[in-house]
Design a protein around this ligand. Sequence first.
Ligand code: BTN
Length: 245
Amino acid sequence: MMETLAEPFRLIALDQTDSTNDELRRQAGKGAGHGTVVWAGRQSAGRGRRGRQWVSVEGNLHCSFLLDPGPSLADAPQLSFVAAVAVREALAGLVPSASFQAKWPNDVLCQGRKMVGMLMELAEPWIILGIGVNIAVAPEPGLYPTACLRQLGSGAAPFDVLAALAEHLGTWYGRWRQEGFAPVREAWLAGAAGVGGPVTVRLADETALDGTFTGLDAQGALLLGLPDGTVRRILAGDVFFPGAR
Ligand code: BTN
C-alpha cells in the first residue's frame, strides 16, 4: 500500500538515514519545498537539542517536516508550539485513555516522562521540524525520565503515529498562518505541564534558576517568576520540575 499523508504533506520514506533533519536539508538543497516529510525507520546520527544524541531505534518514529515559516522569520519559534499542540492532540487521539502534556519548549510527556522530542532548525527559506516519538522503546533516561506508547498498551505502528501527526500538524499550521499565535498559545497552555508551579531552568551556560513558571508570553518565551519578585523571559533552556530531575 502507498503510504500517503494528509495535505499538504508529501512523504519520503527511508529504511535508514543519518538524521532525518539532515536528509531533509539535503532534499531542500535539491529543490524540495513546503510540506516535504522525511521519515526513517532508523537514524545512525539522531540529534537532540543542544547537541545531545537522540537514541533512534527501530519501532520508534523519526521524522522531519519542511515548513514555510511565513512572512516573518522572527515568528518561526512559534512553530515549535504549533508542533507541540499538534503532537499532543495526535497522541491523545491514538490513546484516549492516557493524559499527555506539553513541556516547554516543545517536548510531550506522559505521566511526567518524556515521550516526544522536537528539534527545529533553519534551512533558509525553510524551517526543518524534526520529531522523535518513542513508540516501541523508551530509551534509557538521559536528562529526563522516558516513556513509550507501547507502555500505555498502544499497538500503533510508526506510520499510524506519523499519519495522525501530519493530520493535526496540517490543521494547526493552517490555523497559525491564518489566526496567528494566540490560539496556539492558548491550546498549548491548556495542555502544558507545570504552569503556575515551581520550576528550575538550566540555561546554556549551565546557570540554574529556581522560580515559578508563571506563563508564556506572546512570543513563546517562558515567564519565570523569581524569588525577588521580578519576572525573567527565558528563550532557551532545559526545564526541570521538582521530583522529576
Ligand atoms: C530533543 O528532545 O532534544 C529533540 C529530539 C529530536 C529528535 C528528532 S528524531 C527526528 C529528527 N532527526 C533528528 O536527528 N532529530 C530529530
